[in-house]
Design a protein around this ligand. Structure first.
Ligand code: 5AD
Ligand code: SF4
Length: 466
């Protein structure tokens, strides 16, 4: 069952009433600061949180220490993400000593882990609200309860929920938007905690997705990113992902991207879509995780190295210049040197534009956490270092090959590294910095690429497209 009931309009009405009630309370927080950790799915959730907080009469406060309400949207995909979240929360205790009225809320994937909310409640009684991933839409109710009951509220639901439509939202910007198409994951890769904290796969109805995209387009969106843990298994109202893409493409939004894809579900139709769709950008994030068939099998990835390489070949036959990126795990339990070398060989063969590399991190409750693991951490560290160096040299070569080309970028932000510069992405997904100011943000600019760094390109403006 991939479609789930939608949270009723009646329930959303109830939450809107709570927003109103919070707004009317004189002691309510006046400002908020959200710390969003982890992936794009969390970032999108944070936009809903921001929308709800604003509807409760709060304004964003960019300086965390000055906010009346601080909310952590946590991640738990690897242990260091969790440690970072917990470290932050402990620090808030000090802040609250000076500012007793500060409201502290913690939600997201970490609080959804089995036993975590109860443990946090016992250990960190200064947290005012702990909620999970399945009941985000009830934030107004919970904040109302914190204000009126004057004691911590802890609510994490075991059952993964329904699809929620119609939550308020405060988007990061108008020109570049995230759109959820599905929630949850059913793949149970043996290392991964996501299926346990995000629940079963459930797809939004295509009409709901299209309606949202249409609205975003009318509000000025130039690029949208369709989001899901595994967009390739999307099935909404009988439509497969490729079908949905064709329909989104028809809306005329200049740039469409999506993530994340699972190699086992990447369909022929989707590969063909790269050759046909006008607005689909030549870019794909396709996590391979390992280059060894034995490790892939033990990860429960349900594809082989050969299958992955074949996908790459077929994608490149359709779009020779496709920008491929990947995720790779090093030091999966029992990974031998030879198995790691197979990953190195695969990376040399595919030549990704970029790869996100991680040392395996055991997550309680997952199958791999029970696998024997006799590789010392130092060995894993050395391996990942070699992999990073290899990928960096490939990325640099890929970027160098762009020098001299003309590319159109969508300007995203003022560059934090290069003073007096802004940065925008090419269709293939490469970031290019060039001289300019904030007035260019959200606009398409034509550039000539002048040089390549390790992660980014530099360019100069040749003409501006209005
Ligand atoms: N340890 C290390 N990396 C992990 N990932 C997911 N779970 C783990 C884990 N337990 C990585 C995968 C995934 C990315 C989002 O995070 O590579 O694609
Ligand atoms: Fe985790 Fe695998 Fe699902 Fe991705 S596909 S979220 S790695 S279980």
């Amino acid at each position: 069952m991939k479609e789930r009931p939608i949270v009723s309009e009646q329930e959303m009405e109830r939450q809107r009433a709570f927003m109103q009630s919070v707004r009317e309370r004189p002691e309510r927080p006046r400002s908020y600061h959200i710390v969003s950790m982890g992936c794009q799915m969390n970032e999108r959730d944070s936009e809903s949180v921001a929308g709800m907080l604003q509807a409760m009469g709060m304004r964003p406060e960019p300086v965390r220490e000055r906010a009346d309400l601080i909310l952590y949207n946590t991640c738990c995909v690897r242990e260091n993400a969790e440690n970072k979240a917990l470290g932050n929360v402990i620090w808030l205790k000090e802040l609250k000593k000076d500012k007793p009225e500060l409201m502290i809320c913690v939600g997201g994937c970490m609080t959804q882990e089995r036993g975590m909310a109860a443990a946090m409640k016992a250990k960190y009684p200064f947290i005012d609200l702990i909620y999970g991933t399945h009941n985000l839409y009830r934030l107004p109710e919970y904040i109302y309860r914190v204000l009126t009951e004057r004691r911590p509220v802890v609510e994490v639901l075991d059952i993964d929920g329904e699809v929620v439509e119609g939550m308020p939202e405060a988007r990061r910007n108008r020109f570049n938007a995230f759109v959820n198409i599905m929630y949850g994951c059913d793949n149970f890769c043996t290392y991964c905690i996501v299926p346990y904290v995000r629940g079963r796969e459930r797809s939004r109805q295509p009409e709901a997705v299209l309606e949202e995209c249409r609205r975003l387009r009318d509000e000025g969106a130039q690029e949208i990113m369709l989001l899901g843990q595994n967009v390739n298994s999307y099935r909404g109202g009988g439509a497969a992902f490729a079908e949905l893409l064709y329909r989104v493409d028809g809306l005329g939004i200049p740039r469409i991207r999506f993530m994340t894809s699972h190699p086992k579900d990447l369909s022929d139709e989707l590969i063909a879509a790269y050759g046909e769709l006008k607005h689909l950008m030549p870019q794909l994030h396709l996590p391979v995780q390992s280059g060894s068939d034995e490790i892939l099998a033990r990860m429960n990835r349900c594809y082989t190295r050969e299958h992955y390489l074949d996908l790459v070949k077929r994608l490149r036959a359709v779009v020779p210049e496709i920008g491929l990126t990947s995720d790779i795990i090093v030091g999966f339990p029992g990974e031998t040197l030879e198995q790691f070398e197979e990953t190195m060989r695969l990376v040399r063969e595919v030549r990704f534009d970029a790869a996100y590399t991680f040392i395996y991190s055991p997550r309680k409750g997952t199958r791999a956490a029970e696998y024997p693991d006799d590789t010392p951490y130092e060995v894993k560290s050395e391996r990942i270092q070699r992999l990073i160096e290899l990928q960096q040299s490939i990325s640099l070569e890929v970027l160098q090959a762009q020098v001299g080309r003309r590319e159109r970028v969508l300007v995203e932000a003022v560059s934090t590294r290069d003073e007096g510069s802004v940065g925008g992405k090419t269709p293939r997904g490469h970031m290019v910095n060039f001289p300019g100011d904030a007035s260019l943000i959200g606009r398409f600019i034509d550039l000539e690429i002048t040089s390549a760094g390790r992660n980014t390109l530099r360019g100069r403006q040749i003409k501006t497209e209005e």
